[in-house]
Write a protein that binds this ligand. Structure first.
Ligand code: WTA
Length: 660
């Protein structure tokens, strides 16, 4: 990777920025000396109905309980208390719809909407402890729905709108959700596209746990209607705007969010209330240097991902943010849309992903140059390692060499940011996430769990529990222990699945996943998940999938497939009949790509599919993905000594005519 090279450019914060920053250098030492006291101090920024007396209970590790005897209501912390404190007229969010509609929602408005939605959910039978699935575009109702669940002590499971009916069905089934909240459709690249149809398909089976589907009218497109369906505007808008929030224990489940693991089955990551909200709010305050009442914040993520949960909904709203929410794609109707929005709302904190920064680079610096970006003061990045060129472009073209960049490393599992510069303290290096935050401790270790020397690569582990850590995998606690805690069980380290190194200046560099998880535009997809989808197609006998480096998306999905005999015969017959112009092979490859998109979602559509006669395997039968990655990235083949039959690789590399 290019960031393995030595980087000696550093960018310290300006004296002016440092002087007003929310957290200073002293916090690192203070937090290290007494982490529990430090976290208790952060937790006290929240409003507790019953104050906690114990900070951490780690007696049943790896199962942590934080602030366990305290009670609070998460939604009350994000909405009601701001209204009570006199900020009802403060704008919570400015919503920008893709077609150009916009709407500003104050904290007083939000309280009314969340209260009505909580009453509506109650009328549909939702109770504390239930699960509710949310499948919505980036519209205000998505946030209202999440907060209404939190208010009732029901756990939401948000499923990204780009996932297929099949992905939706399996997640709903795993969580046993009794209600789904969706919309008729969503605006995507200037068109209204259906959303509810996927829900209809997902809840149609007689054994579906779903009793009701609550439908927001967003696009006005025609939808089929079933007896489970209720319109949001008919049910929610007619409810009382008063709802008394009850406190729940700090360990009350807040949400389940599914993410890809190394097997085909997604993991339902479970987060709870008090510890999660503490760290989401703390990190939002210190990493972005957020000043309520002064800043306008914009995180460009979708609420279908953890970034949307922690840095659009919970952290920012707990901190009384004024933020921008944008429904659409960054080039609709034109490639300057983001900068137009920054200009319009005077956005001061902007948080996005490297894949988008690289896309902006490709579109050209002249586009942002047409807008007034002088309101910006902090820039953030998340989701994958940011390459130094993209970092420098972000700093110069968007930040005008003025704004600190915070490259934030974390995961669905960590719940909140773990490793990041502090914008008023850290002299940053392009491409490095720099340092664990005060209160967090991370180590780079070798296979034996022994810390490696500075400059040496190894596995990133977290060696102390943290408040926003996942509590378990929903319905599969054994997998929780296996996946995260068995690799370094002797040391009791959390295994993150990422490679990393500390350089000789103590800066931390993230080097990508060390397992079979791909990172496509910052989205996690497992190789096994795509392989399972491919072999579910009648023409495919075997499949191997790798993430090959890609200049825009970070990694791209490349699949190698062995066809079943009948499919090979059909292709040969077609070639004989129509002349061998490759059109039969191409049609099949297109069909396979579409099949994967239908099974998992368009984000999992392979960039390339190669039809091969054999796959390289070790003597014990494991597919050698490393070799396939070499092929996919057009590299000289690496070490083939463990390969069972080295002729296989010659066949693959010489027969790549079947690529797409
Ligand atoms: C990767 C997203 C390098 C990493 C919040 C991690 C990063 C996975 C960074 C989690 C970063 C995230 N630098 N790599 N700043 N941020 N990653 O669960 O591989 O969707 O394990 O959470 O993304 O992805 P997830």
């Amino acid at each position: 990777m290019d960031n393995l090279s030595v980087e000696d450019r550093t960018f310290p914060p300006s004296a002016e920025f440092a002087a007003q920053a929310n957290l200073g250098e002293e916090a690192y030492q203070r937090a290290a000396d007494d982490p529990e006291a430090f976290w208790a101090e952060q937790a006290r920024h929240l409003n507790w109905a019953t104050p906690f007396t114990q900070v951490l209970d780690w007696s049943e590790k790896p199962h942590a309980r934080w602030f366990a005897d305290g009670t609070l209501n998460v939604a009350e912390n994000c909405v009601d208390r701001h209204v009570r404190d006199g900020y009802g007229d403060t704008v919570a969010f400015h919503f920008e719809g893709e077609p150009g509609d916009s709407r500003s929602v104050t904290y007083a408005d939000l309280l009314v909407e969340v209260s009505r939605a909580a009453n509506a959910l109650t009328s549909l039978g939702v109770q504390a402890g239930d699960r509710v699935a949310i499948y919505l575009p980036m519209i205000p109702e998505a946030i209202v729905a999440m907060l209404a669940c939190a208010r009732l002590g029901a756990a939401h499971s948000v499923i990204f709108g780009g996932f297929s009916a099949e992905a939706l069905r399996s997640r709903i089934g795993d969580a046993q959700a009794r209600l789904v909240i969706t919309s008729d459709g969503q605006f995507r690249r200037g068109r209204a596209v259906s959303l509810k149809a996927a829900v209809d398909e997902a809840v149609a089976a007689p054994d579906s746990p779903v009793e009701h589907v609550l439908v927001v009218r967003r696009t006005g497109i025609d939808v089929a209607w079933t007896d489970k369906d209720v319109w949001w505007h008919e049910l929610v808008d007619t409810q009382s705007d008063r709802h008394e929030a009850q406190p729940f224990p700090a360990e009350q489940p807040l949400f389940i969010l599914y993410t890809s693991g190394t097997t085909g089955k997604p993991k339902g990551i479970l987060h709870t209330s008090g510890g999660y909200l503490t760290q989401a709010a703390y990190t939002h305050r210190v990493v972005f240097d957020h000043k309520p009442g002064q800043d306008v914040y914009w995180c460009t993520a979708d609420i279908g991902w953890v970034t949307g949960h922690s840095y659009i909904v919970y952290g920012p709203l707990a901190n009384r943010v004024t933020q921008v929410i944008y429904e659409g794609t960054p080039n609709t109707p034109h490639e300057g849309r983001h900068w137009e929005i920054v200009d319009k709302y005077e956005v001061s904190i902007y948080y996005t992903a490297p894949t988008l920064i690289r896309t902006f680079m490709k579109w050209g610096a002249e586009i942002p140059e047409r807008y007034d970006l002088s309101s910006l003061r902090v820039l953030g990045s998340v989701g994958e390692p940011i390459n130094p060129e993209a970092w420098m472009w972000y700093r110069q073209t968007i930040g005008h060499d003025r704004c600190p960049i915070v490259d934030t490393w974390w995961q669905t599992e960590t719940g909140a940011i773990m490793i990041s510069p502090l914008p008023g303290v850290t002299a940053t290096k392009p491409g490095s996430a720099m340092r664990p935050l005060p209160g967090i401790s991370a180590v780079v270790v070798n296979d034996e769990g022994v810390p490696v020397g500075d400059g040496e690569g190894g596995y990133l582990v977290v060696d102390k529990p943290w408040p926003a850590m996942l509590r378990t995998i929903w319905g599969d606690d054994e997998r929780y222990v296996d996946t995260y805690w068995s690799r370094f069980a002797a040391q009791g380290y959390y295994f993150a699945g990422d490679g990393a190194k500390y350089d000789t200046d103590g800066a931390l560099w993230l080097l990508g996943r060390v397992d079979d998880v791909m990172n496509i535009s910052g989205h996690r997809i497992s190789t096994t998940e795509v392989e399972s989808a491919l072999v579910a197609h009648p023409s495919v006998a075997e499949a191997a999938v790798v993430g090959a480096s890609d200049p825009m998306t970070g990694q791209g999905i490349v699949a190698f497939v062995i066809l079943r005999g009948a499919a090979v015969q059909a292709a040969e017959d077609a070639a004989e009949r129509d002349g061998d112009d490759g059109s039969a092979a191409k049609a099949l490859i297109d069909e396979l790509r579409a099949h994967v998109a239908k099974q998992i979602g368009p984000i999992a559509r392979p960039r390339q599919i190669m039809v091969v006669a054999e796959l390289p395997k070790t003597r014990s039968g494991k597919i050698m993905r490393r070799l396939l990655r070499d092929v996919a990235e057009n590299r000289e083949l690496g070490d083939v000594t463990t390969l069972q039959d080295s002729a296989v690789m010659n066949m693959i590399t010489s027969g790549l005519g079947g690529g797409s």
